[in-house]
Design a binder for this molecule. Structure first.
Ligand SMILES: NC(=O)c1ccc[n+]([C@@H]2O[C@H](COP(=O)([O-])OP(=O)(O)OC[C@H]3O[C@@H](n4cnc5c(N)ncnc54)[C@H](O)[C@@H]3O)[C@@H](O)[C@H]2O)c1
Length: 250
């Protein structure tokens, strides 16, 4: 199936690891060009080396998504290097499993700064650039099942991801008239460096709650993001789509 992504330019925050890196593989396999935007410069270099080895067109930029000027620079880079900005994947995020009463205000502020302010910075800087250049396109924000149903030890994380879902739905109502679609993907527990703490015993316990009886793989999420980035989903906007083996069913 031709996804219609050839020659499109995608900015991927958190693109140097896990779900973001897998999405870069999927998008470049469809002949899209990618800007890998991440806080980890070494991981960006590794990711670019892998993508370019496969003859993909890829550039990298070190950004902290909690900094608005960094997000402006990454949006500008897409246009300067590749001539357009058509797809945005906001995957940068952090997680920490701790009971709420054991956390401190500084922990909440950091998580809010990256997981929700970072998504807003990314969406604002990129949407402005898309509007200025007249590009239609697709924005995909990575939320979480924790933002839909709530999870123990993920209280502030769940709050940030719930905020991403609400933000995505509202922004979709503003940008639709410009031909820019905005959706969220809500993964269940998926095997990436973020979830490297999950032991086989924990995995066995978690999978009991998943109707499909397994945890997610990065490709499960990347294939959905690629679909949402592409013209194949041209009448889908404002949705928060769970990709989680049936975990939440809402
Ligand atoms: N893996 C899961 O089970 C799971 C489940 C639900 C949602 N998510 C969400 O998916 C997204 C990707 O997670 P992942 O599993 O690929 O994790 P990951 O840790 O493998 O990748 C996250 C990437 O974000 C980057 N990053 C962190 N802070 C940043 C900042 N301030 N600025 C720029 N980049 C920053 C990291 O360097 C890393 O490359 C996150 O938003 C996460 O909350 C993951």
């Amino acid at each position: 199936m031709n996804m219609g992504l050839e020659g499109k330019t995608a900015v991927i925050t958190g693109g140097a690891s896990g779900l973001g890196r897998e999405t870069a593989r999927y998008l470049t396999a469809e002949a899209a060009r990618v800007v890998i935007a991440d806080i980890n410069a070494d991981a960006i270099a590794e990711t670019l080396a892998e993508l370019r080895e496969g003859r993909a067109e890829a550039e990298g930029i070190t950004v902290d998504v909690s900094n608005y000027e960094d997000c402006q620079a990454m949006a500008q880079m897409a246009v300067e290097k590749f001539g357009s900005l058509d797809v945005v994947v906001a995957a940068a995020g952090i997680a920490r499993g701790t009971f709420f009463v054991e956390t401190e205000p500084a922990d909440w502020e950091r998580m809010m700064a990256i997981n929700i302010n970072g998504v807003m910075n990314t969406n604002h800087a990129c949407a402005k650039t898309m509007l200025q250049t007249g590009a239609s396109g697709s924005i995909v924000n990575i939320a979480s099942e924790a933002g839909k149903v709530g999870e123990k030890r993920m209280v502030v994380y769940g709050a940030t991801k719930g905020a991403v879902i609400g933000f995505t739905k509202s922004l979709a109502t503003e940008l639709g008239r410009n031909g820019i679609r905005v959706n969220a993907v809500c993964p269940g527990v998926t095997k990436t460096p973020m979830t490297a703490y999950v032991t086989p015993d924990m995995e066995a316990a978690f999978t009991k709650f998943y109707p499909l009886k397994r945890l997610g793989l990065a490709r499960d999420i990347a294939s959905t993001i690629t679909f949402l980035a592409s013209e194949q989903s041209s009448w889908i906007t404002g949705q928060a789509i769970s990709v989680s083996g049936g975990f939440s069913r809402c």
